[in-house]
Design a protein around this ligand. Sequence first.
Ligand code: HEM
Ligand SMILES: *[C@@H]1O[C@H](CO)[C@@H](O)[C@H](O)[C@H]1NC(C)=O
Ligand SMILES: *[C@@H]1O[C@H](CO)[C@@H](O)[C@H](O)[C@H]1NC(C)=O
Ligand SMILES: *[C@@H]1O[C@H](CO)[C@@H](O)[C@H](O)[C@H]1NC(C)=O
Ligand SMILES: *[C@@H]1O[C@H](CO)[C@@H](O)[C@H](O)[C@H]1NC(C)=O
Ligand SMILES: *[C@@H]1O[C@H](CO)[C@@H](O)[C@H](O)[C@H]1NC(C)=O
Ligand SMILES: *[C@@H]1O[C@H](CO)[C@@H](O)[C@H](O)[C@H]1NC(C)=O
Ligand SMILES: *[C@@H]1O[C@H](CO)[C@@H](O)[C@H](O)[C@H]1NC(C)=O
Length: 267
Amino acid sequence: MLVSMPFSLLAFVAVAVAYREPAGHEYQKPGPNDSRSPCPGLNALANHGYLPRSGENMTVPQILSAAKQGFNMNWDVIQAAAKQGLLSRDDEGSDSVLSLEPLALHGLIEIDGSHSRDDYRDGTGDNLHFNSTIYNSWLAVSNPGVDYYNTTSAGWTMYHRLQYSLQTNPNVTNAQHDVFGRAGTSALYLSVMGNTTSGVAKKEFVDIFFREERLPFLEGWSPSKILITAASVGALVPTIFEASNWTQTDHCEPIVLGPNSIFNTAA
Ligand code: HEM
Ligand SMILES: *[C@@H]1O[C@H](CO)[C@@H](O)[C@H](O)[C@H]1NC(C)=O
Ligand SMILES: *[C@@H]1O[C@H](CO)[C@@H](O)[C@H](O)[C@H]1NC(C)=O
Ligand SMILES: *[C@@H]1O[C@H](CO)[C@@H](O)[C@H](O)[C@H]1NC(C)=O
Ligand SMILES: *[C@@H]1O[C@H](CO)[C@@H](O)[C@H](O)[C@H]1NC(C)=O
Ligand SMILES: *[C@@H]1O[C@H](CO)[C@@H](O)[C@H](O)[C@H]1NC(C)=O
Ligand SMILES: *[C@@H]1O[C@H](CO)[C@@H](O)[C@H](O)[C@H]1NC(C)=O
Ligand SMILES: *[C@@H]1O[C@H](CO)[C@@H](O)[C@H](O)[C@H]1NC(C)=O
């Protein structure tokens, strides 16, 4: 007993010192009146206080700055989405602020075939909250036998998740806006939970990000060492898209979100 005690003490100290949440940015579950979105990225930033924990009335610059602080992500990755998000509210006084829950507005940014949310289903599906049935449905086919996701597994995930929607949702929307949304958000989880250059992310970290909307500091995660940019995220998207064997069942006009939007020239 006497002999083993110093060892266990040492082990305890080592773990406690190695992995800590940054002061002031500890994870807290949202309270009953806090607003949360269909986006695990924004929700995690709010759950760690990089965004207001209320999830309400945030400006675009505030969101870009939170992403820089929490993920080491450059403004150019999410500026268009954040500006688009301003359209999710139309109450007086919402000209320059947005809140998280309204981002579930179907068809604005929110799409069918999401990794962790149910489809909108003509208003009967819950497209806002994490849904474990949806999320668990693709885990088994996504890089079985290894402990990481990559662009290939992200494509498989998209393929299988879409088959589920096509089979169970008579109201599914599956056009270029949707598939690039899915490939884009795949590139985002690989980039923020893993390596934005290689597109490889530990499953453990991705799992905590989706299920708890928590940044896994305590498990050894830290924000990307290199700045995550529109170029680094954008470079992963075509590979993920190719691996997804997309079957298009709807068509839409190109959606112009800015001079350099990936949707501008979509088929
Ligand atoms: C801060 C960095 C961000 C990261 C890491 C991130 C990550 C993600 C991921 C991984 C998803 C897919 C969720 C799923 O498929 O279940 C997603 C969805 C979504 N994100 Fe974000 N996001 C970020 C910023 C933003 C911004 C700035 C907005 C708009 C203000 C936004 C709005 C949304 C919306 C509305 C969805 C739902 C899309 C869907 O239906 O799948 N996100 N995001
Ligand atoms: C949430 O809002 C309700 C209604 O306004 C209020 O009664 C309650 O105290 C609030 N809860 C918290 C934790 O702020
Ligand atoms: C956000 O702004 C609305 C008015 O636009 C207000 O009712 C609400 O209380 C604000 N929320 C917070 C957390 O300040
Ligand atoms: C999760 O999604 C499944 C599949 O569409 C649905 O049957 C189930 O009711 C959803 N669960 C919750 C809690 O919304
Ligand atoms: C992703 O990982 C799987 C499993 O190790 C591997 O077969 C596949 O080639 C990898 N994809 C890329 C793009 O490296
Ligand atoms: C996509 O198609 C290729 C070629 O037919 C095939 O090897 C691959 O397994 C398919 N991937 C998925 C996710 O179905
Ligand atoms: C959704 O699908 C049902 C069943 O096919 C159909 O009756 C309904 O009109 C559809 N709604 C929309 C908005 O497409
Ligand atoms: C990320 O991946 C790139 C390309 O494979 C590699 O050169 C780099 O060392 C990796 N970064 C980290 C932090 O592992």
